[in-house]
Design a protein around this ligand. Structure first.
Ligand SMILES: Nc1ncnc2c1ncn2[C@@H]1O[C@H](COP(=O)(O)OP(=O)(O)OP(=O)(O)O)[C@@H](O)[C@H]1O
Ligand SMILES: [Mg+2]
Length: 293
């Protein structure tokens, strides 16, 4: 689907701030247009789960605005929640519950809860409905959470590390489910993950958060085009040129680092460039450089 100027945002976060002890989520803004999947990436402790909890009112914001389906998220909380499917990074059900008990507890919150859909999803993931939560492996629990999140036919999926603990086969199954989910252009997915290869397959947009602040939010292709990995011999760059690199690192025979393409013209033409990827971008920003004030 092509993004046009009049595509409405299914999710919008404006100037969101929240202080938690020494950590602060600081002026976070990004928007996900309807019909797309956004990957939400950043190092451990960057603020991904905090941002998601604020959206879901599991935490109260200090400042800022969150709009879901174009509506203020607290003012229309009930209506909005009916239309969202959520997977958090740790399951929050009682260990002794079976999958049927979980259905019993959750289904009353959703007018569109569909028992046969739940059974089909459990079967798809090879989950036995009478099994207790405590008898499930980490990956099986994650699949169960995904099944629960999809059963009421949500319009927006908010997934906090849904692929953690899943093997390559299960991750692929989940990506396939997201692809099918997105065939309906009115839907959207926000998806935080450490496994950036999953995003390379399915994400349309990427938002990169670092130490509570948004560094980048744009389409996947724009982000990958924006940064290049550069390499060269030790004496190739002046101190000033070195400072343009993000995550500059020297080793025995040379250096490497990340460069914003807009600054590339300031570097020697003999410099070697390679395409970057999400891991590279995340790691280099964590190493510091240009943007670390
Ligand atoms: N209730 C709390 N009180 C104090 N600090 C908190 C609280 N909850 C989270 N934090 C801090 O907020 C920061 C961001 O945490 P958050 O869970 O949002 O990170 P994350 O990006 O989801 O990381 P991960 O990739 O490890 O899941 C961390 O430094 C964490 O210690
Ligand atoms: Mg988290």
């Amino acid at each position: 689907m092509n993004h046009t100027a009049n595509t409405p945002n299914i999710l919008e976060v404006n100037h969101l701030s929240k202080r938690l002890g020494t950590f602060a989520l600081d002026d976070v803004s990004f928007a996900l247009p309807q019909g797309f999947i956004m990957g939400f990436i950043g190092e451990n402790g960057a603020g991904k789960t905090t941002t998601i909890k604020l959206m879901l009112n599991m935490l109260a914001k200090d400042k800022g605005e969150i709009k879901i389906f174009g509506q203020e998220h607290l003012q229309y909380e009930r209506e909005i929640k009916e239309r969202i499917g959520v997977v958090m990074d740790s399951p929050y059900y009682v260990d002794a519950w079976t999958m049927l008990d979980i259905e019993h507890a959750v289904s009353s919150f959703y007018s569109k809860w569909d028992h046969s859909r739940y059974m089909n999803l459990l079967e798809h993931f090879s989950l036995e409905p009478k099994k207790q939560l405590k008898a499930l492996s980490r990956g099986m629990k994650m699949k169960l959470m995904v099944a629960v999140a999809l059963t009421h036919d949500p319009d927006l999926l908010i997934l906090d590390e849904p692929t953690s603990g899943l093997d390559a086969v299960a991750r692929n199954e989940l990506m396939e489910i997201l692809r099918i989910f997105m065939t309906d252009e009115r839907k959207g997915v926000l998806f935080s993950t450490h496994i950036t290869s999953d995003l390379e397959k399915v994400a349309d947009y990427i938002t990169l958060i670092h130490k509570g602040r948004i560094l980048e939010t744009q389409t996947k292709d724009e982000l990958l085009e924006k940064y290049l990995v550069v390499k060269g011999g030790l004496n190739l760059l002046t101190t000033e040129q070195r400072q343009m690199l993000i995550g500059y690192r020297e080793h025995s025979v040379g250096f490497d680092g990340l460069i914003d393409c807009a600054s590339l013209r300031h570097l020697p033409t003999s410099i070697v460039t390679e395409p970057s990827n999400f891991d590279e971008i995340m790691i280099r920003f964590n190493m510091g450089g240009e943007i670390d004030e």
